[in-house]
Design a protein around this ligand. Structure first.
Ligand code: FAD
Length: 289
């Protein structure tokens, strides 16, 4: 089913899976996907890597198997930097043959040797997808703290408006650890007449090292209350990870209480995180089942 049609009817709850590297990925990823599907999310998204991790060919295969075999909707990511229109068309054909109706259209991160071929920005990919595959539901990324390359928060909101104008059907946010920043972003979207649903991505931090890496790669700020929790957790990796799950559950329940369109958990291939966050959202009344 198209995700925009689900969002028309209800607040959603979803997970993400990133295909592992190497030659075994589809089977390995499907074991995780089956466990995520057990929580009955509205969809499972499958990330895409244009370089390095070698999963490009597997995203479509895994998304198709999720769609066909788990009874869960799949959202297949697609990055366009370094891809031609023909590459994109081939990928979309594979998805459609596999019954996948939802794509998250992204530019991808800049990397040495990865230059624009036919697409400079995600908005150009969205426009191409909506013109060539009008039946596809197309999502796009958004950044509550602004994208790391954007010259200003306002410039990034203008870029986001271009994605809506190009035909994006819904948005998924970058992770963040301070809900107040999301509420500020949501108000800025209203002022900019960005009206498509925004599903909110939350990632449970797993350690001091991991959250520091996140802060540097995607520009997420770390509030003092998170730092205090990590200090209280001390050096024990299990205590740090537990603090991360507890914090994410509180973040999710606060977002739920503040009327979000959807909640998306960056479940990092860990079904335990999916179970814990789902349980918290049942307890606070956001998820009914
Ligand atoms: P764009 O929307 O093109 O924006 C990129 C930059 O250009 C921004 O700074 C924006 O302000 C600016 N910009 C946009 N349009 C214009 C314009 N017309 N003129 C001037 N400036 C402009 N990466 C992966 O490799 N694989 C994944 O599976 C993946 N999944 C993701 C899922 C989510 C929910 C999110 C938030 C990110 C994901 N990413 C993924 C990371 C993403 O590829 C990077 O954040 C990338 O740097 C930007 O992608 P974008 O689609 O937001 O780009």
């Amino acid at each position: 089913m198209r995700i925009d049609k689900i969002l028309d009817k209800k607040q959603t709850f979803s997970f993400e899976i990133f295909p592992p590297r190497g030659d075994l990925p589809v089977e390995q990823a499907m074991v995780i996907a089956e466990e995520l599907a057990h929580e009955r999310p509205d969809w499972i998204s499958v990330t895409f890597s244009a370089g390095g991790s070698g999963n490009t060919g597997n995203t479509a295969a895994i998304a198709s198997r999720i769609q066909r075999h788990t009874g869960t909707n799949a959202l297949a990511h697609l990055t366009c930097l370094g891809s031609s229109k023909a590459d994109v068309d081939t990928y979309v054909r594979h998805l459609q043959e596999g019954g996948v109706q939802n794509v998250l259209a992204l530019r991808g991160d800049r990397a040495p040797g990865r230059t624009a071929v036919d697409f400079l920005y995600a908005s150009e990919l969205i426009e191409h997808l909506k013109r060539t595959s009008p039946d596809l539901c197309v999502g796009a990324a958004c950044y509550p703290e602004g994208h790391v390359e954007a010259p200003s928060f306002e410039a990034d909101i203008e870029a986001l408006k271009r994605k809506q104008d190009a035909g994006a059907d819904f948005l998924v946010t970058q992770l963040f650890f301070d809900n107040e920043l999301f509420y500020r972003f949501r108000e800025a979207c209203v002022r900019a007449r960005i009206k498509i649903p925004i599903t909110v991505g939350v990632m449970p931090f797993t350690s001091t090292k991991q959250i520091t890496r996140m802060a540097f790669t995607c520009g997420a700020s770390i509030p003092a209350r998170v730092i205090k929790r990590l200090i209280a957790a001390g050096d024990d990796p299990a205590d740090q990870a537990r603090a991360g799950v507890e914090y994410a559950c509180e973040q999710l329940c606060d977002l739920a209480a503040n009327g979000v369109d959807g909640l998306h958990v960056y479940s990092m291939n860990k079904p335990g995180l999916a179970r814990d966050t789902h349980e918290a959202l049942r307890a606070c009344g956001y998820c009914k089942a």
